[in-house]
Design a protein around this ligand. Structure first.
Ligand SMILES: Nc1nc2c(ncn2[C@@H]2O[C@H](COP(=O)(O)OP(=O)(O)OP(=O)(O)O)[C@@H](O)[C@H]2O)c(=O)[nH]1
Ligand SMILES: [Mg+2]
Length: 282
């Protein structure tokens, strides 16, 4: 699915994250609030071991409010602290900082016992491509230093960034590989843009997204594109959306590629609505 992740690369990534783990007191595990299950690395529990962890449900502005709370409850019920964040509008960041102090209390106490004072709490971010790692670094640090892009695979190049007087963040996030095995997961990653479009057929992807959105609620597409969705296939709806948006090529045919890009782009930007694609099974 994602050609960049071959076994050798995965092994190297795991080793480099484990090395960085030894430098920090807490890990921020970033996942996408629209697809919390699909955007988690498959072996994250094993990689993180018993390092204090804070799950950050990022892009919560694009996800359904009620679903956001269900996911928060779900992770809490598993004993994992979880916080809803919107990195674009800087929402939830104070909570991240406060929870960091709470989750690292034991570590800070044990350092104090050893007479080590004024040693800042250190954190690092891990997450799959495009989940918002660089944006979170920028938001937390209040500067525009870390490179941010809207395509997967932007972050390359280790420094500590001071977040508070006594809290530091590793400049380089750990980029984790996504789940590959499950077809549904693959689709969720593609819908949200975590996988590069060029690797997929855009038209089938848009048709599948249309069908998925209708399964969640008919009103999403009906309201956005002013169409009736009942008893129509995903492809028929794509054609209708194309017509409504004037995506017409020579001969009056619908430019399905253009229409597909509109649907995918509007979904990814949250224009169709705040939509969560998967719910926890409590
Ligand atoms: N709506 C919304 N968009 C976000 C949020 N956080 C990040 N983004 C957007 O998501 C896209 C990817 O963000 P990055 O910070 O580049 O993601 P990354 O995890 O660093 O990606 P890689 O470096 O490719 O691994 C960008 O277009 C960001 O603007 C958020 O909380 N809400
Ligand atoms: Mg990045």
């Amino acid at each position: 699915m994602n050609i960049n992740w071959y076994p050798g690369h995965m092994k190297k990534t795991r080793e480099s994250i484990k090395k960085n783990l030894s430098l920090v007191d807490i890990v921020y595990e970033l996942i996408d609030a629209r697809i919390p299950f699909s955007s988690q690395n498959p072996v994250i529990d094993e990689i993180l071991g018993n390092k204090p962890r804070l799950i950050i449900l990022n892009k919560s502005d694009l996800a359904d409010d009620e679903a956001n709370n269900s996911w928060k409850d779900y992770f809490n019920s598993k004993g994992i602290t979880c916080v809803l964040v919107d990195c674009i509008r800087n929402k939830g960041l104070d909570e991240v900082v406060n929870l960091t102090y709470i989750l690292t209390e034991d570590k800070r106490k044990s350092l104090a016992k050893k007479g080590i004072k004024n040693r800042p709490v250190r954190a690092m971010i891990v997450g799959i491509p495009n989940v918002g790692k660089s944006t979170l670094i920028n938001s937390l640090s209040g500067r525009k230093g870390a490179k941010v892009g809207n395509k997967p695979g932007v972050t390359k190049g280790n420094q500590w960034i001071r977040i508070r007087k006594d809290l530091e963040l590793l400049d380089t996030p750990g980029i984790l590989w996504p789940k590959f095995e499950d077809k549904e997961v693959g689709l969720n990653l593609a819908f949200t843009g975590a996988i590069k479009d060029e690797l997929l057929d855009i038209e089938s992807l848009a048709v599948k997204l249309i069908e998925r959105l209708n399964r969640i609620s008919k009103s999403y597409l009906e309201d956005r594109y002013n169409i009736a969705v009942e008893n129509k296939t995903g492809y028929e709806l794509l054609l209708e959306i194309g017509q409504k948006r004037g995506c017409i090529i020579r001969g009056g045919e619908v430019d399905t590629e253009k229409a597909s890009n509109i649907v995918l782009d509007e979904f990814r930007k949250g224009i169709i609505g705040r939509i969560t694609l998967e719910l926890p099974s409590l």
